[in-house]
Design a protein around this ligand. Sequence first.
Ligand code: GLA
Length: 427
Amino acid sequence: MTTTNERGNADARRNPPTTPTTPTASAASSVLGTATHGVPARAADKFRELRGRPPTGVWSAPGRVNLIGEHTDYNDGFVLPFALPYRIAVAASPRTDGMLAVTTVGDDGRPQHAGPTLIAGLSPGSVEGWSAYPSGVAWVLRSEGFDGGADLVVAGDVPAGAGLSSSHALQCATALALLGLAGVELDEPDAPSRATVARWVQRSENDYVGVPTGLLDQTASLSCVRDHVLFLDVRSGEMEQVPFDASSAGLAVLVVDTRAKHSHSDSGYRERRAGCERAASLLGVPALRDVTESGLDDALGGLPEDLRPLVRHVVTENARVERTVEHLRTGGIADIGGLLTASHASMRDDYRISCLELDVAVDAALDAGALGARMTGGGFGGSAIALVAADAVESVGRRVLAAFAERGLTAPGLFTAAPSPGAGRDS
Ligand code: GLA
């Protein structure tokens, strides 16, 4: 499949150009951006405009933040994400020729077209750039028996390249659209479970796009629900929806999109993952999940020096997730701040996946009175989150902006986010 206006670099591959509206400090009195409304309607309108007929349906999926539990998913551990109020929507109609055609609207407002290409002819590496994401999903679904062709038009407002899983939102929305066109709607009798679809999406990312990510992002996009964080045990697949109503506690989660994009994030991710797998194998356990906090010192003693910080991060991070969940189960949102900040320190000092912008965001938020703050997502750039008193959101935001300005860094994007609905059919 060829794509027009394809940038053909790692950044383009990671950042599908589906995000015309990154939140910015637009309102005169506020430093915060807000979600645009009606992303699914926009996708439907665009479909009508481009194809001259209405779509058969529209499906959408959200981006996510991970409250805590980073780089634990591929170690069979625990994660605790919630879905953002920012989504990617796919308006779709079936095609009878077995082809996939995808149009998305880039940052410049112009449509970018990929395909049509024969789904039966797709293979890993055959498509590059942003359209590898929808193509990979079509490739996986074909292997699961869903091989119908489709016309897709994509619209969205998940900030791109911000570590907020815009690519996973695109993949999940595409999966739902292609399944929907095949007459399969999630949660209906005989439909594959959301967890199964998450694994299919992961397979498309691992085997088709070629990035060895875990299950965090797809599961978050598909299985999160409003007003809750999702406690996922990646090994067992067990999920618990844990209430997370920050505003009732007088709090808010401030998201700081640092706008820092580090070119070595792919290789950094691969190296960390390989290091964890090597450590598990040296310790004779299936995954680092099997190392307990009480057994940590012994485990570290048996490992080469370069692997010790990786193991320390994963083991302590799993424990922090469990403690966070314990607080949340009893309504103690205000008590999790220290765990968030400790998680950031562990990623900065042990896992070594933070960067200047993330550290500046976290430190400035804490200096301004945040209860806790940490980077979220894969690292090497992307976003940080801070738990702040609701009436301090603006002042914390301003301090973060000032800290970036003092260091001559590009101004970050700021917004607050409450747990929002997961993926589904819109119309
Ligand atoms: C990225 C990956 C996830 C997870 C996080 C780190 O977002 O896609 O699978 O590993 O990094 O927690």
